[in-house]
Design a protein around this ligand. Sequence first.
Ligand code: 4AD
Ligand code: MG
Length: 465
Amino acid sequence: MKRTVIIDALKRTDFGTDVNIKGWVRTRRGNKSVSFIALNDGSTINNIQIVVDNEKFGDEYLKPITTGACISVVGKLVESMGKGQTVEVQADEIEIYGTADPDTYPLQKKGHTLEFLREIAHLRPRTNTFGAVYRVRHHMAMAIHRFFHERGFFYVHTPIITGSDCEGAGQMFQVTTLNLKNPPKDDLGCIDYSEDFFGKETSLTVSGQLEGELAAMALGAIYTFGPTFRAENSNTPRHLAEFWMIEPEVAFNEIEENMQLAQDFIQYCIRWALDNCKDDLEFLSKMYDEELLERLNFVIANDFVRLTYTEGIKILEEAIAKGQKFEFPVSWGTDLQSEHERYLVEKHFKKPVILTDYPKEIKSFYMKQNDDGKTVRAMDVLFPKIGEIIGGSQREENLEKLQQRAEEMGVPHKDIWWYLDTRRFGTAPHSGFGLGFERLLLFVTGMTNIRDVIPFPRTPNNADF
Ligand code: 4AD
Ligand code: MG
């Protein structure tokens, strides 16, 4: 018999029909004569109830049907009398695919901490929480592709292995096939990368932007969506060593259009989540964050506040003068810490904020320089609970200015000659940004640790699974 997935079975009203349901046992309870099995197959957070006449199968046969076991059930779909469900299945046949010894299966009925579940990341998708997070993650990826596709953007695949450091922050993971115990050396005693696989030093990319810009200078509007890697040794709830980033890049867009695109984009994704992930979001809200849905609705209903970094610093300095305490100092020229970003968003404006025109010293070489000689046309989107969710800018389209900035910031021309060529040949104003996919998921799911919104987190001292 053809299998029915639980999300479909729960919607059916053709009671009396035989169905075949397959899934993993969440709980089994009951009495001497009847068992109730809550079965889940991942298609929805909701379980279907299987009603079992114990006598028909025999206690011995039913014994291994415990939490975590996998079974296939054929039975009649009936209207449920129980609370909280509309349909259930009266079992006629039960095939046991796999048992899960209750003495060793780590996921028992309830009450595991998120920290414990991280240690069993291979099994945590079987919990309600992680089932919900995984489904929302999927829907967000779909929303992202749809958003850009509907607007005529082309999806570009940029390389994972690269010879350049886009952000110039020196946080790259090296890629090599050299024998690390005895690497070849040149005359000066330095490692001779000409003998490495690519004949040069290479790393995992921190961003697809530079290659994305090349594509935008031909296709007009593009986006990338891929894994990026940063060896920043910051063990925070918002940083991963391997995370996914979405980077649109648009020819002829100036910073104002870039800001609007960022706002439209995030609001579209959140609206999509509210429309398509209702059950999962309601569950997550109930479990972890009562204000989740309210916050999501608020963000789609309100424009983001736009102000300059300089204005932002002024607000923070005024707050400090009035007694607000921060761990890190604030002064013009310093990078904002997450506590400062969240003050602006959560306390001062109570809305998402787009900060622009940062000091050039704290931003990357490729950002368009303003006429004041001090700031660049950067834009960071700051979100409640998260801090920075998007970083982007208008790009420097003038070759001389770009070259000069690259030099000052120690980005060798030989690494980016091909990037500089876009400014040599048919240069144009253009802008783009990067959205951290997991930061968006933190916001949408209400989870508070970034390790809980990616299936297998990579963080310092942690690359299991
Ligand atoms: O601000 P970032 O470093 O910007 C760039 O990489 C640009 N090349 C993007 C562009 O203009 N095309 O990173 C962009 C976003 C951040 O705002 C944050 O959401 C996320 O990527 N991000 C991280 N997410 C998780 N873990 C980390 N270690 C992250 N570092 C950045
Ligand atoms: Mg940034």
